[in-house]
Structures are given as structure tokens and as C-alpha cells.
Design a protein. Structure first.
Length: 95
């Protein structure tokens, strides 16, 4: 599901809400999450999961096409941990 599908689904389930308002709310939620993660905070959505960042050290990588070495600077990588409820919801039924 992409963002536009999410917005359309919310509007479908809540016809009293205007499309523009739902779009603005969804964009605000996502931008608030991004700002929080950018400042090092952890974002937890109960029943869905937790987003956080983890440090990645600088390293020397290789270009797979040419084999040339390339320096990759240190950075923060996004990490997602699904909640037990989400993990249970996506499991196929037992046989």
C-alpha cells in the first residue's frame, strides 16, 4: 500500500472527512515521524511497531561492476521492529 492508497482507504472508511483534510493529516503524521527519527527519537505505534535509528560505521565498499573501492561515510540507518500483534496478524493460518 502506498501513501495515496492509504489516504483513499481512510476517506472510504470515513466519508465525512474531506480528501484534502485526510491528505494533510497523513502528511503531517509522516513528517512528524521523520523529524523525530531525524533527531534520534524512537517512534512507537502501538499494535504496529517501533521505528528507530541505529548507527552504521564508515567503511570501504566495492563497486560490484568495476571492483573499485569506494568510501562509505558513517550514517544512521532506519530500523523497524514489528509488534507482536502485527506479527500475529500477518502469519498464515495453521494447517
Amino acid at each position: 500500500m502506498v501513501r495515496t492508497e492509504l489516504i483513499a482507504k481512510i476517506v472510504e472508511l470515513n466519508p465525512e472527512l474531506a480528501l484534502a483534510d485526510v491528505e494533510r493529516i497523513v502528511l503531517h503524521v509522516f513528517s512528524t515521524m521523520a523529524k523525530g527519527l531525524g533527531s534520534g527519537a524512537r517512534v512507537e505505534i502501538r499494535g504496529f511497531g517501533t521505528f528507530s535509528t541505529r548507527p552504521r560505521d564508515a567503511r570501504i565498499a566495492r563497486n560490484p561492476r568495476t571492483g573499485a573501492a569506494a568510501s562509505v561515510p558513517d550514517r544512521r540507518a532506519l530500523h523497524f521492529r514489528a509488534s507482536p500483534l502485527l506479527l500475529k496478524a500477518i502469519q498464515p493460518p495453521a494447517r
